[in-house]
Design a protein around this ligand. Structure first.
Ligand SMILES: CC(C)(COP(=O)(O)OP(=O)(O)OC[C@H]1O[C@@H](n2cnc3c(N)ncnc32)[C@H](O)[C@@H]1OP(=O)(O)O)[C@@H](O)C(=O)NCCC(=O)NCCS
Length: 236
C-alpha cells in the first residue's frame, strides 16, 4: 500500500514504453482500465493481507464493475502487470503472476473445478497471454512464454515456449519450431480416434497391396499423410 504511488508511476512508464498506442502519461493514467484494475487490486490485496476479507472482496467487485476486470484480492501479482484492453479478464484467488506479464482481453487464469487449495495457475516473469486464452488449474507457465489467442492451456509449459490451440500445445521452444506429427502429443480427446484411423488406413493399404500384388505398390500417398503414418506407425 505505501508503495502504491511508486507502483503507479512504474506502471505508467511501462505502458509508455511498451504500447505504441500510448500518446502521453496523462492519457495512460486516465484511460487504461487494465492499470486501474491493477491499482485497485494492490489496495484490495493489502486489505486481504490484513484480513479485511469482506471489504477487499467488495472493493474488488466494485473494480470489476468499473473496469470489466476481475482480480481476486488473494491473488499474488508481481510488478508491471499490463492488462491491455482488459475487458473480461479474470484472475483467480490462488493465481500467481510474475513481473512484466502482459494479459490481453478475455484471459482467464482460472481453476478446473477439480482442485482445492492452490488451484489457479502460476505465470512466471515475462509471460504474454493472447486475447481469450484460458489457463486453467494449478499449472506453471514458464518465463517468457507466449500463449496464443484463444488457447486453452491445461498443462505446465516450459520457459521460452509458444503455445497455441485447444488444448494448448507447444509450437516454438527456445526459438525453434516444434512440429507435431503424432496426434497423441496434442492430448486432445480426439487424438486416440485420429491415431486409430491412421493405423486402420495403414492396415487397409497393406491389405490392398497384398490383394492387388505389385500393381498397387509404390502408389504415392499425399506427403502429409505419409509423414503422419510413418510417425504414428512407430509411436503406437
Ligand atoms: C501465438 C502467437 C504469439 C504466435 O505468434 P508467432 O510467433 O508470430 O507465430 P506465427 O504467427 O508464425 O504462427 C506460427 C503457427 O502457429 C499458428 N498460430 C498462431 N497463433 C495461433 C493461435 N492463436 N491459435 C492457433 N494457431 C495459431 C499459425 O497459424 C502458424 O501455423 P503454421 O505454421 O502451421 O502456418 C500469436 O499468433 C498470438 O496468438 N498472439 C496473441 C496476440 C493477441 O492476443 N493480440 C490481441 C491484441 S488486442
Amino acid at each position: 500500500m505505501p508503495h502504491l504511488l511508486s507502483s503507479i508511476r512504474e506502471d505508467v512508464t511501462h505502458v509508455m514504453e511498451h504500447d505504441p498506442a500510448a500518446k502521453s502519461r496523462l492519457e495512460v493514467f486516465l484511460c487504461y482500465s487494465g492499470l486501474h484494475a491493477v491499482w485497485f487490486y494492490r489496495m484490495n490485496h493489502w486489505l486481504w493481507n490484513h484480513r479485511v476479507f469482506l471489504l477487499a472482496r467488495m472493493l474488488s467487485q466494485a473494480a470489476r464493475f468499473l473496469t470489466g476486470i476481475e482480480i481476486h484480492p488473494g491473488a499474488k501479482i508481481g510488478r508491471r502487470l499490463f492488462i491491455d484492453h482488459g475487458l473480461g479478464v479474470v484472475i483467480g484467488e490462488t493465481a500467481i503472476v510474475g513481473d512484466d506479464v502482459t494479459l490481453y482481453q478475455g484471459v482467464t487464469l482460472g481453476g478446473t473445478g477439480k482442485e482445492h487449495g492452490k488451484r489457479h495457475p502460476t505465470l512466471e516473469d515475462g509471460v504474454v497471454v493472447g486475447s481469450g486464452a484460458k489457463i486453467l488449474g494449478n499449472i506453471t507457465v514458464g518465463k517468457n512464454c507466449r500463449i496464443g489467442a484463444g488457447s486453452v492451456v491445461l498443462r505446465n509449459v516450459p520457459e521460452n515456449s509458444t503455445v497455441v490451440g485447444v488444448p494448448g500445445h507447444i509450437i516454438f521452444r527456445e526459438g525453434k519450431r516444434v512440429v507435431i506429427t503424432d496426434p497423441k502429443q496434442i492430448n486432445d480427446p480426439l487424438s486416440e480416434a485420429l491415431a486409430s484411423v491412421v493405423t486402420e488406413v495403414n492396415n487397409l493399404r497393406e491389405r490392398v497391396q497384398q490383394l492387388e500384388g505389385s500393381e498397387a505398390k509404390g502408389q504415392p500417398l499425399s506427403e502429409s499423410l505419409q509423414r503422419i503414418m510413418e510417425d504414428v506407425d512407430y509411436q503406437i
